[in-house]
Design a protein around this ligand. Structure first.
Ligand SMILES: Nc1ncnc2c1ncn2[C@@H]1O[C@H](COP(=O)(O)OP(=O)(O)OP(=O)(O)O)[C@@H](O)[C@H]1O
Ligand SMILES: [Mg+2]
Length: 611
């Protein structure tokens, strides 16, 4: 029977189950959503329904033919009269097979097409979301929506709904034909059906409970695997394997128990159905036998009824099975609908402004920002950066440097104030334009599965080998790429695991140079994991590139920032000093004392000094 999940399973389903929307999904909303995906196929669906009607009709004909044969040629001994009936019977069977093949084939095609459309829609919807969404939503959850849930939904659209309709048609047809043939015998034969429906309803509730429990356990299983495989390094470093194994075992036990619970439920249910069917059959024999003796039913009718009653059991069984599946699919549909209803807070402008002559200036106008209300991360930032200026930003960990960049690239919208590039508010620029104007090399760059060249090109075919080599020479990435087996064709492991952190940074830097030849360049500690010697070389290489562009360079090493036109020192979300290296030294403030101390101790980095 229904099992309770352990605390561990609960823990892993909690975050994965919470959706960041209060929207309650009504059945009509869900139906509308499903209809949106099925609508393009409505004529095909009608065609499928027509085939189904025909197949059900032919199925109903079979027992009737037997009755005709028994009451006609067989009773009268006229065997030649049997032949046409036999031929029709065989033809009907072939017809049924043909029709069934036709609609199953057609239906699967429709289902697969709808599946592709839903996946596409959901994927497009997800990649339109802002970064805040990805910070709040575990990747495992998105993957589960894109795989399991869509699968369940397709099952519903391609099979379940149609099976239900087909079964209802067959069941309804059987009842009508029975009443037309002999209403008295029909009453006796159908007496058991309400009892069967009642039993199915009873079990349905329980099976549904176990089925939703199942979903939670599978979600917990996935979340658990996701978390631990991602964090395997920590698990192994701290010798946590044993605890992790035990927790995994607990989730597996829950899974096992839920399976057994479901099995028990089905076993009892099918046993009950079996008994009821036997009783039903006994009723037909009893009633039909009496009818035949009393003369209100013929032998042929009795045989036909036995066949009809037998055929009516299958739809009932299937309907109750389908019910569990439809429940699963509906809850999957609900989760998908919820995901589809999330709207990004960072929205592209309705009427984007285009910049005629982009001059690479940057303005921050009284910008304030917080990720969560009441805990400000940036406070009243005012900043004007001239075109072509090279600006370095320094500050302790958590001072808000990366946040500054995220706002500039409009990963988030400012809470107060405005940010302009080339004189235009970033909120008024089309996303593609903004990406062209501002190019960010992030703190922890990501590498995709593929070769070094794929990662530099980002799979854009028209980037030439020439362009790649040129950019790699500037960033000094060529020095390590040339040493790799295969050079630019060297295959990266997922996430670039077979490169060092510094090598990944070099790739990201090269990638930025290739893809945005004329943009403002923002380097968020893009060279923090690269040794000082190589960094000095990169600085030289970048000199020419940076001379023509506005750049914002966040760095921890003072050696990196010394040559900037202007240095901003940040502390707790504010810019506390602003000026060139020499000016700041002369002013004798925080930067000056930092520099002095680092000069005495070259190995020190800024955050140790500034905090
Ligand atoms: N996604 C987020 N949600 C909530 N708070 C965040 C988020 N990202 C950063 N913060 C908070 O904002 C503050 C500034 O973070 P930010 O990443 O801008 O620091 P930083 O100066 O780049 O630090 P570092 O030198 O370590 O990279 C931190 O206190 C951090 O806790
Ligand atoms: Mg940072």
């Amino acid at each position: 029977m229904a099992t309770e999940a352990s605390a561990i399973t609960e823990r892993y389903t909690r975050p994965a189950e919470a959706d960041h929307t209060d929207l309650s999904i009504t059945d009509s909303y869900l139906t509308q959503m499903l209809w949106r995906f099925l609508k393009p196929y409505r004529w095909q669906i009608l065609g499928v329904l027509a085939l189904m009607f025909a197949a059900s009709g032919l199925t109903l004909l079979l027992p009737y033919l037997i009755r005709q044969a028994v009451d006609g040629p067989i009773t009268s001994g006229d065997l030649s009269g049997l032949l046409p009936l036999g031929v029709v019977y065989v033809l009907a069977i072939f017809g049924i097979f043909g029709l069934q093949f036709g609609y199953v084939y057609w239906l699967q095609t429709i289902g697969q097409n709808a599946l592709v459309n839903i996946r596409q829609d959901l994927f497009e919807h997800i990649i339109r979301q802002d970064l805040a969404y990805f910070h709040q939503t575990p990747v495992g959850k998105i993957v589960a929506r894109m795989s399991n849930d869509i699968e369940a939904l397709t099952e519903l659209m391609s099979t379940s709904i149609i099976m239900v309709i087909s079964n209802l048609i067959t069941l309804g047809g059987i009842v009508i034909v029975m009443f037309l043939l002999n209403w008295r015998l029909a009453m006796v034969s159908l007496a058991i059906i309400p009892v069967m429906l009642g039993a199915s309803l009873f079990f349905r509730v329980h099976i549904r409970g176990v089925a939703s429990q199942f979903h939670r356990i599978i979600a917990a299983y996935q979340a658990f695997l996701n978390e631990h495989f991602n964090g395997m390094l920590v698990v192994q470093l701290f010798g946590q394997q044993r605890r992790v194994r035990d927790n995994f075992q607990t989730i597996l036990d829950d899974y096992y128990n839920a399976h057994l619970g479901l099995r028990d439920m089905w076993m009892v249910y099918s046993a009950v159905l079996q008994i009821l069917m036997t009783i039903g059959m006994a009723l037909v024999l009893w009633g039909g036998g009496r009818g035949a003796l009393a003369g209100w039913a013929t032998l042929g009718t009795l045989i036909a009824f036995i066949d009809y009653v037998r055929r009516s059991f299958t739809p009932i069984q299937e309907l109750s099975m389908q019910y569990a599946q439809i429940q699963t699919a509906f809850s999957a549909g609900e989760r998908i609908a919820r995901m589809l209803s999330v709207q990004p807070t960072v929205r592209p402008p309705a009427e984007p402004t285009s910049i005629e002559d982009f001059d690479q200036s940057i303005d921050f106008d009284s910008v304030s920002f917080s990720y969560k209300p009441d805990s400000p991360v940036l406070r009243e930032i005012n900043l004007h950066i001239e075109p072509g200026q090279r600006v370095a930003v320094v500050g302790a960990t958590g001072a808000g440097k990366t946040t500054l960049v995220k706002l500039l690239a409009r990963y988030y919208d400012v809470v107060e104030g405005a940010i302009r590039v080339g004189g235009v508010d970033v909120r008024d620029l089309a996303t593609a334009d903004l990406r062209r104007y501002v190019s960010v090399v992030p703190q922890d760059p990501y590498c995709f599965n593929g070769t070094i060249a794929d990662n530099l090109r980002l799979f854009v075919e028209d980037v030439t080998g020439e362009q790649m080599r040129e950019a790699a020479a500037i960033t000094c990435a060529d020095r390590f790429i040339d040493r790799l087996p295969g050079g630019y064709d060297f295959e990266l492991l997922p996430g670039g695991a077979n490169l060092s952190q510094g090598q990944r940074q070099l790739l990201a830097l090269t990638r930025a140079l290739i893809h945005s030849p004329e943009s403002i360049l923002v380097l968020d500690e893009a060279t923090s994991s690269i040794d000082t010697e190589t960094e000095a070389l990169i600085q030289q290489g970048l000199e020419r590139v940076l001379a023509e562009r506005t750049s914002v360079i966040i760095a921890h090493r003072l050696s990196t920032v010394r040559d900037a036109d202007r240095i901003l020192v940040m502390r707790q979300g504010q810019i506390i000093e602003d000026g060139s290296h020499d000016e700041l030294l002369a002013a004798g403030g925080v930067y000056a004392s930092l520099y002095q101390r680092q000069f005495e101790n070259p190995a020190a980095v800024i955050d140790e000094l500034i905090a």
